[in-house]
Design a protein around this ligand. Sequence first.
Ligand SMILES: *Cc1c(COP(=O)(O)O)cnc(C)c1O
Length: 498
Amino acid sequence: MSDKNIKKVSSHPSQNEGLIFEHSSPGKKAYRLRQLDVPTVDAAKELGSALRGEAAALPEVSEIEIIRHFTRLSTWNYAVDYGMYPLGSCTMKYNPRVNEVVARLEGLAGAHPYQPEAAAQGVLRVMKTLADQLIEICGMDAITLQPAAGAHGELTGILLMRAYLESKGNPRKKILIPDSAHGTNPATAAMVGYEVENLPSDPSGMVDLAALEAQMNEDVAGLMLTNPNTLGIFDAQIGKIAEILHRKGGLLYMDGANMNALVGKARPGDFGVDVMHLNLHKTFSTPHGGGGPGSGPVACKKHLEPFLPKPIVVEGANGQLRLDYDRPQSVGRVRAFFGNFGMHVRALAYIMANGPDGLRQTTEDAVMNANYVRSKLAGIYDLPYATPSMHEVVFSDKLQTKNGIKTGDIAKRLIDYGFHPYTVSFPMVVHGALMIEPTESEPLEELDLFIDAMKSIAEECASEPELVKGAPHSTRLSRLDETAAARKPILRWKPETK
Ligand SMILES: *Cc1c(COP(=O)(O)O)cnc(C)c1O
């Protein structure tokens, strides 16, 4: 490896940990308990012929071996608590610890979904307050907190559109999706039974308005627009887009997973959006990626409200909260109980800790950080769209492919510099994309280390291309056979047969 003056090179913590089965030896146990002094169940008698003939081949290890095994494995993880995680589109922002403190309050953490409403006023108040705040942030009229993730929110939102159009007499056939959309958008439309029609972007990376005018007709239920889109570009023609759709009776769905660029600055409800989802686990700092679960609330305008999943938390005249199940036009339930309540608590804690000014500042910092990275790396990496960036910036590997290096190689080399890779080869509209989203969490010092690393890798691409192509060099395992990993995954350990 070259010995350049790089400020941040870290080796991956790489104990040579085997499988837990390899620690096993017969008869070891991870507990020691005294003999019971009460009668025990006779399993053989109770289970009869259902009792298995021989014990399952489970690992037999001591308590400390279990603890060490999983603790060692945990050090192989990369996390936002460990370093910058610039995975574009995923908004890997820091999860403030105050959220966790609030989520662990006994009355919230121990709440049970079957608790009677009278004894659950506090948790209902959390849901109602969050619902009201999100409605205000989005500029919408109503919301459901039920969906469990972004894509699940999309599904719910498109079901609402379909139910609304059906109530008008015709669900229609098609959904338009721009080529810069997130991959979940076309999948969602197809799941709801719509035909997906691709809508091209113009050279600035925005929706091609002439194409939209030409493609919009009475067969089209609506358009799913990610805004800012996956190029990190805010489609400033959004008002016009809404108008074109509405004129022909269609609806505008906004994929709001990128609200990190808008909160406190612009409200989708004000620029013509009919229905949208939010990713609490992105914009509102609830944990995601191994730390899940997520939450994907769907906010809508008045005309779609009757179709929202039930129940909805409503406030009676006496200030008592209750769950309203009496919603005859509802699309039904999309999730058991009331959604991922623990995420509602964390998101509300985040919103209230920041307040309106703090949320606005967060948005500005997220956009500033992305533009700082953009300005420092432009020219070193190719910038396919000159349109200003919002919260993320997309480069291409065009300048590096000369030496046979692709975006995936650069990403793997970044691991050697102690960073999580950026998003590779997405969005698909950019060939060889490097999609970088620093989020507002990163201090200037960490951004500079990242920029240094990216510059250093660009130099290596010219001077030592093989070094980059063979990366990562500092991890426990280097290049894996990606095809075999996808086609012939070995997901299960089996004992050697004697
Ligand atoms: C992350 C993301 C989604 C999907 O959200 P999940 O919670 O992963 O289902 C959809 N659209 C966009 C633009 C996203 O960034």
